[in-house]
Design a protein around this ligand. Structure first.
Ligand code: ATP
Length: 355
């Protein structure tokens, strides 16, 4: 059992709160991505789990045991922050064996575990080669081998692909996910890249100024964002927000935008007068001549199989993802329809979703 449980974790550096009252559980074998922009508290959260930073308050349990005050070396975890720092003067075998050598594991056991790890990563044929002559992909596999050879209960990874160019990143995202499927160790992975998080994680914690705004599966976070911040951070281009003024009663199910009444999720409670925003993903917008919600086409971005068309409406700018072959002219006035079952509704003041 290697469940990670964090309860009311809090970290202040003097006056500055880096992590605020954070609680979540990473189930045994689950892959969690801590996602958010620079400075939102991802690394500080990870360092506390690793035992490299002491929390101001709150507790951390690993596999059911309270490890809050245990040293990093006494927690059965591997902390990976730079996947690609290899020892250039050693061969592949020695690079992978290194963490075991420093732990005093017997030689025969080291040999067995290095070979088993190399097999898992399909680099057993290059074990006696020098790392300096290896191609990029093999170097990364060796670095991964070094991280997993100890077979820790948990992996904590801090932007391990941060320095890679886009092409290698894609390859490594796939490899890391496959590796996780094979060895199933509980993993917490820090990234500011939503695409990486979506592609790899079972769960994502979206962080903002030290607070977890949403903790859920990638699908839920994409389809039912808990706040405008989350909706805006996930998806490329992000969710559209169509603003309108409302003082609406419980049961209302349409929003007045310009001249049009647009269907929206039915309100379960009264909403005070103020600005609301309908949230709609670009792929849930389509053109329809009959729609009273009108807008003028302003620009477009061609993406190969699809295109993003930018339309100015009375509720603000809307981006629509349309088939690449759909034709129109800049300046055309078009009617817009939203997939009503895919809409979200937010309160602009607080940024929260309207329940
Ligand atoms: P990045 O990707 O830039 O590392 P992050 O989300 O991982 O961002 P953290 O590194 O956790 O963010 O930092 C959160 C905030 O806490 C930042 O504003 C940072 O300046 C601050 N901070 C982190 N460590 C310390 C420290 N030792 N002393 C003072 N402030 C710190």
């Amino acid at each position: 059992m290697a469940e990670i449980r964090v309860d009311h974790l809090h970290k202040a550096f003097s006056e500055f709160v880096a992590v605020r009252d954070s609680s979540f559980t990473v189930e045994d074998g689950e892959f969690l991505a801590l996602l958010g922009p620079s400075g939102c508290g991802k690394t500080t959260t990870l360092r506390m789990i690793a035992g490299l930073e002491l929390p101001t308050s709150g507790t951390i349990h690993l596999g059911g045991e309270d490890v809050t005050f245990r040293r990093a070396s006494e927690r059965d975890i591997a902390f990976v922050f730079q996947l690609f720092a290899l020892y250039p003067h050693m061969n592949v075998r020695k690079n992978i064996a290194f963490p075991l050598l420093s732990q005093g594991v017997p030689r025969s056991e080291i040999k067995r575990r290095v070979e088993e790890t190399a097999k898992l990563l399909q680099i057993d044929h290059i074990l006696d080669k020098s790392v300096s002559g290896l191609a990029g992909g093999d170097r990364q596999r060796v670095a991964l081998g070094r991280a997993i050879v100890r077979r820790p209960k948990c992996f904590l990874m801090d932007e391990p692909l941060g320095t890679l160019d886009a092409e290698f990143r894609d390859v490594m995202v796939r490899e890391l996910r496959e590796l996780h499927n094979r060895i199933g160790a509980t993993t917490v992975y820090v990234t500011h890249d939503q695409i990486e998080a979506m592609a790899m994680a079972d769960k994502i914690a979206v962080m903002n100024h030290g607070v977890i705004e949403q903790f859920d599966t990638p699908q839920e976070i994409y389809n039912r964002p808990a706040s405008m911040y989350v909706a805006d951070f996930i998806g490329s281009p992000p969710m559209n927000f169509i603003r309108f003024n409302a003082g609406l009663a419980k049961g209302a199910s349409s929003a007045r935008i310009g001249e049009a009444d647009v269907t929206m999720p039915e309100l379960r409670a009264d909403v005070m007068p103020g600005e609301l925003a309908l949230g709609v993903r670009p792929e849930h917008v389509r053109f329809s001549d009959a729609s009273p919600l009108r807008g003028a086409i302003y620009g477009s971005e061609y993406l190969g199989t699809t295109q993003i068309v930018i339309i100015k409406t009375a509720g603000g700018t809307v981006r629509a993802r349309l088939p690449a072959e759909q034709s129109y002219r800049i300046g055309d006035t078009v009617g817009l329809v939203f997939a009503s079952e895919r809409l979200s509704l937010f309160e602009c003041g607080s940024g929260s979703v309207v329940p």
